[in-house]
Design a binder for this molecule. Structure first.
Ligand code: ZN
Length: 92
C-alpha cells in the first residue's frame, strides 16, 4: 500500500494532469483504506473548486492576480467545512 506521503503527492499531481491508470488505482485503494487521506482529499478538492470558481467567475482574472479578500474567506470557509465534515466529533 502507498504511504500517506506518496498518496498526497499523487493527489497533487492528479490535479495538474490525469494520472496513469495504475497510479490512480493505487491512490484510490489507499484513500479507501486510510483514515487520514480522505479528509485531505476533500480539502484539496474544495480548494481546487473554489479556485476554479474564482477564475471562471471573471475570465479577465489571471493566475498571477492575488485572490480577492472575499474569495479567500470563501476558500477558508470551504476548508473549515470540509475539515468539520470529516471529523465531526473531534478537533474542537
Ligand atoms: Zn493515507
Amino acid at each position: 500500500m502507498l504511504s500517506c506521503k506518496k498518496a498526497i503527492e499523487l493527489m497533487s499531481e492528479g490535479m495538474d494532469h490525469k494520472l496513469p491508470f495504475w497510479r490512480r488505482l493505487s491512490l484510490r485503494l489507499h484513500v479507501a483504506m486510510c483514515h487520514h487521506c480522505p479528509r485531505y482529499a476533500r480539502q484539496i478538492r474544495s480548494l481546487d473548486l473554489a479556485v476554479r470558481q474564482h477564475y471562471s467567475a471573471d475570465p479577465s482574472r489571471t493566475t498571477t492576480e492575488p485572490l480577492a479578500r472575499t474569495d479567500l474567506e470563501r476558500i477558508k470557509a470551504l476548508l473549515r467545512e470540509a475539515a468539520s465534515k470529516s471529523e465531526p466529533q473531534k478537533d474542537s
